[in-house]
Ligand binder design. Structure first.
Ligand SMILES: Nc1ncnc2c1ncn2[C@@H]1O[C@H](COP(=O)(O)OP(=O)(O)OP(=O)(O)O)[C@@H](O)[C@H]1O
Ligand SMILES: [Mg+2]
Length: 959
């Protein structure tokens, strides 16, 4: 970890730290006679000292600059040219990029390199302070620290995933005591697994305002971490010694960042969190949060406060996620079953999520991801008392909730028209979760307002479409389907939001906004060309080269093409957005008319239409004449006071009448801008007033998106609706593996479907068979079908009846053995231990080749003992694939275990094919040499292997 540890044990309250994650150390000012660096460079140096763990970017005019060691370190990583700045204190390495590329470089630094970045911005210094600062124009100070978990509206945030920051709270004294007592130094890597501790979790997404807490246990922590998938994980600096390494290992391979941060000594109660929330946490729910969750939540808020350096914040009130109600898929299954990403490359393609995702919006994709990573479980407790919980946050704990989701999917399957309409509207809605959060954080612009009003209109449209459908379809739909449709309709609350949307669209002039964006683009271009000039004069060539060519020319093009620039004003609000605004526009029009009259009068007077009234940034209001000579006398008669410039063919001069009129116009324009700003602020306030409703509507839209997505998928893949019950059986006929099937079909091969009947009679299926014959595929496909069913999707099978599973466990793997710094067999045993300890009679377990990582005797022994434990103790539904066919004989008297196998079909003359269909029985031949041959082992090697194998067999038979 890059954050240095505290030097002493003395704790400092976070509030006492002015800035930064790290305890501040007094900066040695180095008051000596040595030549000093220029102020900017020195300021940068101070910041690097102060924000020890951060990469510091210092704004200098149109650039963000890195100096010294950080320039040397990061220039190559950012593909920037390393230059050297001459200063009186010697050359200083530097590298920089134009300000408008900040997002691009933040992405590399924060997202790809997992760095913390402190951005030091320029603030103009007022006239009176200027003298004190020695005539400097700008003050620079770190305005924000950007870390992977604290992104707000950066363009590179993955829109289809939440960007979570997670705080973990552990009771340190207890942890210390436990780890001394229970853990021998040999296995100090596994403190968490061996300590029975309550752990508080709190996580939030700054870009959407989502805020959750959960109570978990040390043992469940690893799976919670994977499930939440936070980009950055906060841990108290004081536990670094105890579990730092273990955590690091846990998250290291997921490319997540662990930040050790000194947690506050005292945790403020939830009643004092209001200033950072959009609405207070209902008092009656305070008691439902545990101390550990409050501690985690408060530490999280403290961290945010530091990172945002005092920016405004409006999060949603925290919502509890209950451990016992939404049962998560354990960490190994999430990875091994490739639910969110493939284990091979960690990318999405090939994963279950990728294979089933047909969502139309990014936020719908986020919801789908969230659902797939947690599994519903039959629960007895109900969440309905927690009124502050939105529907989605009380995860479907029951059959009813799952069925409600399935009902909704069925409506969209049966009514393609309805689905198409809803999808059309969904596509027109913007990511309102992220939009409203921008406003809540004091950001956002008129364009965002327009998008928001579109999103609101879309949800209005959806409500209409659904209501219409409901009204017309009196027959056909089951009562369940009707109920879930009605619930969607009633949850869309539109009164406030629609009024807001109307206000927005009647106030904001879209054309104007568009126009203004164009102007802003070209202003940015101008800023660049200015920066370019500076670079040419005193900078280095690297700065110049880092400017995009396009911008370089665009700036000059614009100047050439638009000589009248400055004449035209664009307004972002319609003039009737307020009475005041209307009056101001009228005033401005009058003044413009006056100007036209004045021009006419002047032209008549001098007898030339080549006279114009202008404004230029350098000269102000001037009168400009082209071409024919105008006598000095006639000008003086007009009241000309002073000539400004003249060339052979043109002349410019000041004219008091125009100066006065021009100033009046300027004044009115400023007033209009102010009025527009005021209207904008009003709208922003209204957005915030409607925050909760808009977010709830967005949640409904997301649910509809997921339902439509499942409907599309079901139709496309010919899936069936699973029948869920509270029993402990699996009756899957004609099951298929969603992703393997796709892969095979791409190669023009077909997939053989298989049944899986697990239950009271046959609780364990022991599966043997040749290599490559589909054992692993079969195991996974049934786990995936179970997961899909319980998230409310149709499943790839001809028929599926599933007793709801409380937890899914899997011990599978190959590629997954490499990810931790542990031996293959160790990983296998760790995972197996977790399963044997945790699986209940309602669980579903798949185990693939347990014991493979060691000698055949030991492997067989361990496998047998595991089967024994699963059969007699856990009593869970289990699919167990193995090459130790001895197990088939050893488990003869296991009442609830049945043996199944796959085959190889030999078709004479050495050729063969795999029979992927399972049948009852045991297959004692691995046909490994056939696979080896297929894989292209040299012929001699195959021949040698064959003769050795025959010899071994003979020996065995004669023994
Ligand atoms: N039901 C099926 N229908 C068609 N092809 C299948 C089926 N199941 C598996 N396959 C194909 O066979 C390949 C190997 O399958 P799988 O890895 O499940 O075999 P296995 O029995 O676990 O082998 P091993 O013992 O070597 O682990 C798959 O990648 C897939 O291409
Ligand atoms: Mg296998």
């Amino acid at each position: 970890m890059r954050v240095p540890r505290a030097k002493s044990q003395a704790t400092v309250k976070l509030k006492d730290l002015p800035q930064g994650v790290v305890k501040l150390e007094a900066y040695d000012d180095g008051v000596d006679d040595a030549p000093r660096y220029p102020t900017v460079v020195q300021g940068h140096r101070n910041n690097v000292q102060k924000f020890k763990n951060c990469v510091v970017l210092t704004r200098v005019g149109g650039f963000y600059e890195l100096y010294f060691e950080q320039a040397e370190e990061f220039a190559p990583l950012l593909s920037l040219k390393l230059a050297s700045k001459k200063t009186s204190a010697g050359p200083v390495p530097m590298a920089g990029f134009p300000f408008f590329q900040l997002d691009r470089f933040l992405k590399i630094l924060v997202q790809d390199l997992n760095k913390y970045v402190a951005i030091s911005e320029e603030f103009a210094i007022g006239a009176e302070d200027k003298a004190r600062s020695g005539g400097l124009m700008f003050d620079r100070r770190v305005a924000r620290i950007v870390t992977p978990g604290t992104l707000i509206d950066e363009k590179f945030i993955d829109p289809s995933e939440n960007n979570f920051l997670l705080a973990i709270y552990l009771d340190i004294p207890a942890l210390k005591a436990e780890s001394k007592e229970n853990v021998d130094p040999q296995s100090s890597q596994h403190v968490l697994a061996s300590v029975p501790q309550r752990v508080g979790l709190a996580w939030l997404d700054l870009s959407t305002g989502d805020f959750f807490t959960q109570l978990t246990t040390a043992q469940m922590l690893p799976s919670a971490i994977v499930r939440i998938g936070a980009r950055e994980i906060l841990v108290d600096q004081n536990v670094q010694d105890i579990i730092g390494q273990e955590l690091q290992q846990l998250v290291g391979h997921e490319h997540r960042l662990v930040t050790f941060f000194r947690y506050p000594e005292i945790f403020s109660p939830m009643s004092e969190w209001d200033s950072m929330l959009e609405a207070p946490i209902p008092e009656e729910t305070h008691a439902s949060f545990t101390t550990e969750e409050v501690a985690a939540g408060y530490s999280l808020l403290e961290y945010i406060r530091v990172q945002l350096q005092g920016s405004n914040l409006k999060l949603q009130p925290p919502r509890r996620r209950h451990l016992d109600e939404s049962m998560s898929i354990d960490r190994n299954s999430l990875r091994g079953l490739e639910i969110l990403e493939t284990s091979r490359d960690g990318f999405g393609k090939g994963s279950l999520l990728h294979a089933v995702r047909r969502t139309s919006t990014k936020s719908g994709a986020r919801l789908l991801r969230d659902r797939l990573s947690k599994l519903s479980k039959v629960g007895t407790t109900s969440l309905s008392l927690d009124t502050n919980l939105s529907h989605e946050a009380s995860p479907s704990t029951s059959l009813m909730a799952i069925n409600e989701r399935l009902d909704l999917v069925s409506i969209f399957i049966e009514n393609e028209n309805l689905r198409d309409n809803v999808i059309q509207l969904l596509k027109r809605s913007y990511d309102s979760q992220r939009l409203v959060q921008k406003f809540a954080m004091g950001k956002g612009d008129p364009d965002d307002l327009i998008c928001l009003s579109r999103a609101i209109e879309a949800s209005q449209g959806v409500k209409q479409v659904l209501s219409e459908h409901e009204r017309l379809s009196t027959s056909g739909a089951t009562s369940g389907a009707r109920r879930s449709l009605l619930s969607m309709i009633s949850r869309l609350s539109l009164e406030g939001p629609v009024v807001l949307a109307n206000k927005i669209s009647s106030a904001i002039d879209e054309e104007g906004v568009l126009q203004q964006q164009r102007i802003q683009d070209s202003t940015a271009a101008e800023a660049v060309s200015l920066a370019q000039e500076v670079a040419i004069n005193e900078g280095t060539s690297s700065e110049l080269e880092s400017l995009p060519k396009k911008v370089r020319t665009k700036a000059s093009d614009k100047a050439a093409a638009d000589p009248e620039a400055g004449e035209f004003e664009t307004w972002i609000m319609r003039r009737n957005a307020s009475e005041n605004l209307n009056a101001l526009h009228t005033e401005l029009e009058d003044l413009l008319n006056e100007k036209i009259m004045l021009i006419k009068k002047l032209r008549d007077y001098v007898g030339s239409s080549a006279l114009n009234l202008k404004w230029t940034p350098g000269l102000g209001h001037i009168c400009h004449v082209k071409g024919p000579k105008i006598s000095q006398q006639s000008l003086e008669e007009l009241g000309v006071t002073r000539n400004v410039s003249s060339t052979k063919s043109t002349r410019s001069f000041y004219l008091p009448a125009w100066t006065e009129l021009g100033n009046k116009m300027d004044h009115v324009k400023i007033q209009i801008r102010q009025e527009e700003q005021a209207i904008f602020e009003n709208l922003r306030r209204e957005v915030i007033l409607n925050l909760v409703k808009i977010r709830r509507n967005a949640a409904v839209m997301d649910e509809l998106d997921v339902a439509c997505s499942f409907a599309t998928l079901a139709q496309e893949q010919k899936m069936v609706r699973p029948i869920l019950n509270e029993g402990t059986m699996h009756k899957i006929a004609g099951g298929r593996h969603a992703t393997v099937k796709l892969g095979l079909e791409e190669q023009g091969r077909s997939f053989v479907s298989n049944d899986c009947f697990l239950g009271d009679q046959e609780r364990i299926w022991l599966i043997t068979g040749p290599n490559m014959a589909g054992k692993s595929t079969f195991l996974r496909q049934n786990a995936l079908i179970t997961i899909l069913a319980q998230v409310g999707s149709y499943v790839p099978a001809a028929y599926a009846e599933i007793g709801i599973v409380d937890q899914i466990f899997s011990r599978i793997g190959a590629a997954d053995d490499l990810f931790r710094d542990q031996s293959t067999f160790m990983v296998e045993m760790l995972e197996t231990a977790a399963i044997l300890k945790q699986a209940t009679p309602r669980s579903f377990v798949i185990m693939d080749e347990v014991g493979r990582g060691t000698t055949p005797e030991d492997g067989t022994a361990v496998s047998f003992a595991c089967l024994h434990h699963l059969h007699y103790h856990n009593q869970c539904r289990t699919l167990f694939a193995t090459h130790f066919h001895g197990l088939a004989d050893m488990t003869q008297n296991f009442e609830h275990l049945e043996r199944y196998c796959t085959d190889v079909k030999e078709t004479g003359r050495g050729s063969f094919s795999f029979v992927h269909r399972l049948r009852k029985g045991v297959n004692r031949d691995s046909h490994a040499l056939k696979v080896a041959q297929l894989a292209g082992l040299p012929r001699e090697t195959i021949e040698l292997a064959t003769s050795v194998r025959d010899e071994l067999r003979n020996k065995k038979n004669t023994q």
